[in-house]
Design a protein around this ligand. Structure first.
Ligand SMILES: NC(=O)c1ccc[n+]([C@@H]2O[C@H](COP(=O)([O-])OP(=O)(O)OC[C@H]3O[C@@H](n4cnc5c(N)ncnc54)[C@H](OP(=O)(O)O)[C@@H]3O)[C@@H](O)[C@H]2O)c1
Length: 379
């Protein structure tokens, strides 16, 4: 009898394969070609890169937003079809923004294992998605470095947790005064001091709205009340987050800031794999790590999101939609950095909120938020 070791590769689809998280996910697959087989890839506009990826990884399926573009080697299907393919083992949700909501919902509905980078879906509909996952058997594995750190620190320790502490680099503008922010350029905002990420999340890091999103995401994922989650500014981004237990002990997860760590962890979970491509964390070389509280009032969008998040209503989805609009307008030089606060606040104030919103209400609220910003500036 022939006895051998057979490696069963996981069949994976990546929504947003041309983005920052998506390309890093493919990099890990390049490092471990026997462990994964790519079944589907998708992009919004970057047809050239998607085509190259299809030629390299030979998926059966692809999706691109533009309906006229085709790739001979694979079949074009919708994002919803891609996440519900019967033989898919892992669904990577690396779309940026509210566009992720419906595919994440579909994947949860069909009981898939989801590697979730798209935090906006968790912010808008986290409670609904987690509840549904319990019914369908879907598993949501976080990829964001902070929720991933919390997840790893909580392993085997679901009880006796008193607090989660999320760290924040403070973004590209952490050392600027309000006065200096008035005329800050998109180029400067897009230069994140520690992480190399997509454009939207980099701007959201500068306003600290990204951190509010992570707090809400973590509250939903780990069932920890918002009041039991703190944020600490940690400029080096080495400690990714901490869990405090009732006996006063703290557990933290440390690594060099590189998204491949949390992505790889989720892709191999529950195993860990050595990867020589990933940087070593030499604490002696780093020397010191710094922490400070978030200064109240310094980040108006963070404060606004945290106060809205206390209620389960449609305002959070309005904020997500409005944020997408203002970030895009700012990056394209149509509004100034501080206009983002005003436009989001105005939009929130004029929305009639809906309590316990349905999926449709959430989608509509986010679209309403997006459109309202454009109406306010008449573009
Ligand atoms: N980047 C990070 O390090 C990081 C860290 C933690 C969490 N996250 C979260 O991960 C998510 C992705 O972030 P990212 O930085 O990777 O974003 P990104 O670089 O902007 O990539 C977004 C991906 O989504 C695709 N896409 C955009 N609009 C689409 C549409 N309408 N239909 C289909 N596909 C569309 C893009 O395609 P094109 O390339 O063709 O435009 C791209 O593949 C976000 O929710 C972010 O908050 C990111």
């Amino acid at each position: 009898m022939d006895i051998g070791i057979y490696i069963v590769s996981k069949k994976i689809v990546i929504l947003g394969s041309t983005g920052s998280v998506g390309t890093q996910c493919l990099e890990i697959i390049r490092n471990f070609p026997d462990d994964f087989s790519v079944l589907g890839l998708s992009a919004g506009k970057n047809f050239k890169l998607l085509k190259e990826q299809v030629q390299e990884f030979s998926p059966k399926y692809f999706f691109i937003e533009n309906y006229d573009q085709n790739i001979e080697e694979a079949k074009k299907i919708s994002l919803e079809e891609m996440v519900t393919l019967e033989d898919v083992d892992l669904v990577v949700m690396a779309l940026s923004g509210s566009i992720g909501l419906v595919p994440v919902h579909e994947a949860v509905n069909s009981g898939k294992t989801i590697i979730l980078a798209n935090k906006e879906s968790m912010v808008m509909a986290g409670k609904m998605l987690v509840e549904k996952a319990k019914l369908t058997g879907a598993t949501i594995l976080p990829v964001d470095s902070e929720p991933s750190a919390i997840w790893q620190c909580m392993m085997g320790e679901r009880k006796n947790i008193s607090k989660l502490i999320l760290t924040a680099s403070g973004g590209s503008l952490r050392n600027y005064s309000i006065n200096e922010l008035k005329n800050i350029s998109p180029e400067l905002v897009l230069k994140h001091p520690t992480w190399n990420m997509g454009a939207k999340i980099t701007v959201d890091s500068a306003t600290l709205l990204n951190k509010a999103f992570e707090v809400i995401e973590s509250s939903n994922l780990f069932s920890v009340p918002l009041n039991n989650i703190d944020v600490l500014i940690h400029p080096e981004s080495i400690v990714h987050s901490l869990v405090e237990f009732i006996d006063g002990n703290l557990k933290a997860l440390l690594s060099i800031p590189d998204m491949r760590f949390p992505i790889q962890y989720a892709m191999f979970f529950p195993d860990r794999k050595a990867n020589v491509e990933l940087p070593e964390c030499n604490l002696a070389e780093l020397g010191s790590l710094n922490f400070s509280p978030v200064i109240p009032g310094k980040y108006p969008l963070f404060d606004m999101a945290m106060s809205i998040a206390q209620n389960n209503n449609s305002l959070m989805s309005v904020l997500v939609g409005a944020d997408e609009a203002v970030v895009d307008l700012f990056i394209n030089g149509k509004i100034k950095f501080l206009d983002m606060n005003y436009l989001i606040e105005k939009t929130i104030q004029s929305h009639q909120s809906i309590k316990n919103p349905s999926l449709e209400d959430i989608k509509n609220a986010s679209e309403w938020g997006f459109n309202n910003v454009h109406q306010l500036i008449d573009i």
